[in-house]
Design a protein around this ligand. Structure first.
Ligand code: URA
Length: 440
């Protein structure tokens, strides 16, 4: 393989073959292809795109640049959910134990928060002792015993993606649909799953700012996953306002636990149950959404879903009592209710501004090496369409001495728009994307 010949081919808008893509990715993983040639190839892909076929070959090559976890000894269907990220998105914490109660194993490899979007691993690490770095053997043992385990990306899962993502970040080539598709799907498919449900978010607090872009990405990922022999669905969901009523780390664990106990906010429960239902349908555990919802609600009401979460936490080294007595989770030194400036109806809760405010409090990272403060964040957030009374709290800020409280508060004030006339709530779930020609 001569790397510059392949770069030239993509530069001239010609399709790369499976072998060419595999050789290029292998060359990059072994170090034979230097960053400057990969950067040129990346820009050619960014500018000229890739067909579904090329994107599938790319995903496969990236997935096989490292280890693909063998879950074949676990004799139940294996399924996962991936969210493209947002503010207050604690769905995974509820969904993994809930779906696991229904006889589907959930081998979940998650990420950390970066920029304004939160990360499942940071939320989990606010539980004292919780280890996200289980060895593969520990991960598989937890999965076998409890049917769910939630860990971080290991060094040997899709190493090509790790190196390539850092290069894309500094060459202005992250927002490319085929590259994002391959990057997300190679890591998820390396988990050894049979099916995957994608939550592709759009709006102010999402990676994709418009619904059209989210739709395009979702269709690409569904098509590529299907070509790779997996059952894949995607939901397009609204992330213009945060999900649920809390955002941060420990405050989100509190909301997730309350949800597992049947006391979650409506929007969060609606999305979690719908995503979980799709997983059960793809795993052939139920015939339709109605049957799935009955099963899922049953496991919440019986307390089984909460117990499953407690057992998973314990097998990750976490303190299960911190899930029972929530005051054992990290708590910020002070709480500040933010009063509504006027009577009226909530017209907007800008997820971008809320996310930035939370970052200023210390709950998020500006750079990957930053540490997060697990205790800070917001709770009791109002939702679009709700009526508010002057002087009553529209949210509560949880702050520590290192938090940039005043700056954060200014952003929260700007984020929440109150108008005199009634406002309709915004639909959260916009569309279900199925593989071309499929009814599931
Ligand atoms: N998340 C990923 O894992 N990869 C991308 O390229 C973008 C978002």
């Amino acid at each position: 393989m001569v790397p510059q010949w392949l770069i030239e081919k993509k530069r001239d808008k010609r399709e790369l073959s499976e072998g060419e893509i595999r050789d290029f990715i292998n060359g990059y993983t072994t170090g034979e292809i230097p960053d400057y040639q990969m950067a040129a190839m990346t820009m050619a892909i960014y500018l000229n795109g890739m067909s579904f076929e090329e994107t599938s070959f790319l995903t496969d090559a990236m997935m096989h640049s490292g280890k693909v976890i063998d879950t074949s000894h676990i004799k139940v269907p294996k399924s996962d959910k991936h969210s493209t990220g947002g503010i207050g998105d604690k769905v995974s914490l509820i969904l993994a134990p809930l779906v696991a109660c229904c006889g589907v194993a959930v081998p979940m490899i998650s990420g950390r928060g970066l920029g304004i979007t939160g990360g499942t691993l940071d939320k989990l690490e606010s539980i004292p002792g919780y280890r996200v770095d289980l060895s593969e053997a520990e991960f598989l043992a937890t999965l076998e015993e409890h049917h769910c385990s939630m860990i971080g990306q290991t060094h040997d899962i899709a190493p090509a993606d790790k190196r390539w993502y850092a290069l894309r970040d500094v060459t202005a080539t992250v927002p490319s649909i085929p590259l994002i598709t391959a990057s997300i799907m190679c890591k998820k498919l390396a988990e050894g799953i049979d099916s995957l449900v994608l939550d592709v978010k759009w709006g102010k607090g999402a990676f994709m700012k418009t619904r059209e872009k989210a739709d395009h990405l979702a269709r690409n990922m569904v098509e590529v996953g299907t070509r790779m022999g997996k059952k894949v669905n995607a939901l397009i969901t609204d992330m213009n306002q945060p999900l649920g009523r809390s955002a941060g780390n420990a405050v989100e664990v509190v909301e997730a636990v309350e949800s597992l106990q049947g006391k979650g906010p409506d929007d969060l429960m609606q999305l979690t149950l719908y995503l979980s239902a799709r997983m059960l349908i793809l795993a052939d555990r139920v015939n339709d959404t109605e049957e799935a919802l009955e099963m899922l609600n049953g496991h919440i009401q019986s307390g089984e879903a909460f117990h499953k979460f407690k057992h998973m936490v314990a097998s990750h080294g976490g303190d299960p009592n911190a899930i029972v007595d929530l005051s054992r989770l990290p708590e910020a030194e002070s709480r500040h209710p933010l009063p509504a400036p006027t009577d009226g109806h909530v017209a907007e809760v800008d997820a971008d501004l809320i996310g930035r405010g939370i970052q200023l409090l210390g709950a998020g990272r500006m750079k990957t090496e930053d540490t997060v403060d697990h205790a800070v964040g917001i709770s009791q957030l109002v939702k679009v369409g709700e009526r508010v009374t002057k002087g009553n709290a529209v949210l509560t800020i949880h702050a520590n001495p290192a938090s940039k409280l005043n700056e954060a508060q200014t952003l929260f004030e700007q984020a929440i728009v109150i108008v005199p006339e009634p406002v309709d709530p915004v639909p959260l779930i916009n569309e279900l994307i199925l593989p071309e020609g499929s009814s599931t």
